[in-house]
Design a protein around this ligand. Structure first.
Ligand SMILES: [Zn+2]
Length: 137
């Protein structure tokens, strides 16, 4: 039996636009950077799930296209992380205060038009900012 131990895991979320300018669509990408220790060698793997008009999985830069939910299943098989768990973990990491380490529910506040701040519920430190450009165009 081969034992594998995940030494390090980094989660990333990206959003973007694709398609022609007259008919654009949005896409979302979830990425897991793995460092897996098999005991006799260490493997680094980057798996990205691209969901938008087309779905594909990118493994270490090589793109594999799928239909319907097959991309999600492949991503979950390769990373060992269900998409719902990925989202929960990513949101928990992204909403953890870098000043005091508070992991509780952050509060939100609006700034200039389209600007949104995520604020620590304990020390009022700004954890993250978001910009909604559609609010100002
Ligand atoms: Zn804080």
């Amino acid at each position: 039996m081969v034992k594998r131990k995940v030494k390090q895991r980094k989660l990333e979320v990206g959003h973007g636009w694709g398609g022609p300018p007259h008919d654009p669509y949005t896409f979302m990408e979830r990425t897991v950077h793995h460092t897996i220790d098999y005991g006799y060698f260490v493997n680094c793997m980057t798996v990205t799930l691209h969901e938008g008009l087309m779905e594909h999985v990118t493994i270490n830069g090589e793109k594999f296209e799928f239909e319907e939910d097959d991309a999600r299943e492949t991503f979950e098989d390769l990373t060992g992380i269900p998409v719902a768990t990925f989202d929960t973990a990513y949101n928990r990491i992204a909403s953890t205060c870098c000043r005091c380490g508070h992991k509780g529910m952050p509060t939100f506040a609006r700034g200039l038009p389209g600007e949104m701040f995520m604020i620590c519920g304990k020390c009022d430190h700004i954890i993250n900012t978001y910009m909604d450009y559609s609010a100002i165009i």
